[in-house]
Design a protein around this ligand. Sequence first.
Ligand code: COA
Length: 227
Amino acid sequence: MILKNISIKNFETEKLLIKKPTMDEQFTLWDILRDENVNRFYFPTPDRIFIKNGLNKDNIVDLKQARRIFMEQLNDWERQKPFYEKKIDSINSEDNSQKFTWSIFLKSGEVIGQITVQPNDEYAENPAIRDIGWFISPKYQGQGLGTEAAIEVLKFMFDEVEIEQIITSAAIDNPGSWRIMEKLGFERTGEKQSTYFDDDDNILMCYCYSGNKENFLNRPSSKSKGL
Ligand SMILES: CC(C)(COP(=O)(O)OP(=O)(O)OC[C@H]1O[C@@H](n2cnc3c(N)ncnc32)[C@H](O)[C@@H]1OP(=O)(O)O)[C@@H](O)C(=O)NCCC(=O)NCCS
């Protein structure tokens, strides 16, 4: 299946400007993302780190070692910058219909986060099944902004791009994220092991979620507000 070739649009909500990313705000986004409170559950340690260093995801010592290596890489802007440049190039390229990423700004112009509706690696054969990811600067968390951005972006993804389904997961220890999924009407479908771990060295589990347009239209907030 081929996804509809629709470009990213900019949106304005009550409190936010949700815009096609440019290089201008990427340094600030990187600076937000390198905060371990933000990347801890947002940015799983990539498989390449385990493979390259012969580390095992089921072993807490290896998991922590892989995370340390990844954090060293993540903290080095000069090393990260080419990835951000590539990201912007790819968003601007002809293929951008496959890459839906937005920078989230306050109306004052301050960039505070990012939301992505990316291909789901486990369903690579069907680009209409997508994963979703979000982060908001710690300064602005808990004010409903993540939910506000997610609702606007999903309206576009379901109505205009016509994706079929979101399949995603969030650490059980990260209620800020899975609460958004529930506010979007997504259904919890199970649990799976993650590469995240807590301060007591327990490997953490994730809740798995699935949501389609019907789930989204019947989300709790839309019934009360008649949206
Ligand atoms: C997840 C994240 C994007 C949520 O954004 P946010 O703007 O703070 O979310 P909202 O304010 O819209 O809150 C959504 C829901 O989560 C709840 N919530 C937010 N932070 C919470 C926390 N730390 N603990 C418990 N509940 C929390 C809110 O109360 C709200 O639920 P409610 O309406 O039932 O009260 C933000 O916390 C974040 O960037 N975290 C770090 C990155 C990350 O973990 N990303 C997700 C990876 S799956």
